[in-house]
Design a protein around this ligand. Structure first.
Ligand code: ADP
Ligand code: ADP
Length: 232
C-alpha cells in the first residue's frame, strides 16, 4: 500500500546540508499497522511527511496505492492526498470551528454539498465516540477528545492510508491507550493501512504488526513486532 524506494532527503545544500533520510526502503502492506521508532532528530518526521509529500524527497520513489506521487502535478497530488489521512501530535484543529465543522472541512474543500457532508460526518462522530460533542469547540475538549476529532477529520475523505505523526506524544498514558484502541478499531473495521512514527516503545508494542528502527536517517532494523523486542 505504501512503498518508498531509495528515498533520500537533504535539507539545505553545501557544507551545512543535513542528510535527514538516506536511501530509505520501506514497504507497508495493505491493512497493516507499521511503526517507525527512533530518537529525536533521527528523521521520523521527515520520513512520514515524505509519504504524502508534505516534504518532497530529494531523490527516490514514493508509491501509495499503486500511484507514484513524486511525478504528479499539483492538482493530481491534491487528488491523491484524499487517499492519505494524517494526524499530528498537536492535533492541528481550527479553534474557530466546532467539532462538526472541523471534521467537515476537508469535505467542504472537496466541494461536497451540505447533505452529503452530514451523511459523512455523523457516522464519523459515532466511530470516534464524539456523538455528544458535535457542537463543542476544540477549547472545550480534552487532549484525547481533540485527537479523536483529528482522526475523524483525517477519515472524512475516506482515505486508504492513515499517517500518524507522534499522535499520542502529547497525551497521558491512559488517554494514549484509548487512542491506540481507536486506531486498532479503525484498522480492523475499515481495513485502513496505518503508518505511525513515535519515540515511544509502548506505542509500537501495543498496536504495530511490524516495526522499523530509524537512526541518523537510516532504517537500520525491521522486524515483526514479536521479533523486534527481546523476550523478558
Ligand atoms: P525526528 O522526527 O526523528 O525528530 P526530523 O525528521 O524532524 O527527526 O529531523 C531529522 C533531521 O533533519 C534533524 O537533524 C533535523 O534537525 C533536520 N530537519 C528537520 N526538518 C528540517 C528543516 N525544515 N530544515 C532543516 N533541517 C531540518
Ligand atoms: P507537525 O505538527 O507534524 O509538525 P505541521 O504543524 O507542520 O505538522 O502541520 C502540517 C499541516 O499540513 C497541517 O495543518 C495539516 O492539516 C496540513 N496538511 C497538508 N496536507 C495534508 C494531508 N494530506 N493530510 C493531513 N494534513 C495535511
Amino acid at each position: 500500500m505504501i512503498r518508498l524506494t531509495n528515498v533520500s532527503k537533504t535539507y539545505g545544500n553545501g557544507p551545512t546540508a543535513i542528510a535527514a533520510l538516506k536511501n530509505i526502503d520501506l514497504h507497508v502492506p495493505r491493512g497493516s499497522i507499521h511503526g517507525v521508532i527512533g530518537l529525536s532528530g533521527a528523521g521520523k518526521s521527515t520520513l512520514i511527511r515524505c509519504v504524502n509529500l508534505l516534504e518532497r524527497p530529494t531523490t527516490g520513489s514514493v508509491v501509495v496505492d499503486g500511484q507514484e506521487l513524486t511525478t504528479l502535478s499539483a492538482a493530481e497530488l491534491n487528488q491523491a492526498r484524499h487517499q492519505i489521512g494524517m494526524i499530528f501530535q498537536h492535533f492541528n484543529l481550527l479553534a474557530s470551528r466546532t467539532v462538526f465543522a472541523n471534521i467537515a472541512l476537508p469535505l467542504e474543500l472537496m466541494g461536497m454539498d451540505k447533505v452529503e457532508i452530514r451523511d459523512r460526518v455523523m457516522p464519523l462522530l459515532d466511530l470516534t465516540g464524539l456523538e455528544d460533542k458535535a457542537d463543542k469547540y476544540p477549547a472545550e475538549l480534552s487532549g484525547g477528545q481533540k485527537q479523536r476529532v483529528a482522526i475523524a477529520r483525517a477519515l472524512a475523505s475516506r482515505p486508504k492510508v492513515l499517517l500518524c505523526d507522534e499522535a499520542t506524544s502529547a497525551l497521558d498514558p491512559q488517554t494514549t491507550g484509548s487512542i491506540l484502541e481507536l486506531l486498532q478499531d479503525i484498522n480492523r473495521k475499515l481495513g485502513l493501512t496505518i503508518l505511525l512514527i513515535t519515540h515511544e516503545m509502548e506505542v509500537v508494542k501495543t498496536i504495530c504488526h511490524r516495526v522499523g528502527l530509524i537512526s541518523a536517517g537510516e532504517l537500520v532494523e525491521e522486524a515483526d513486532v514479536g521479533d523486534f523486542f527481546t523476550a523478558p
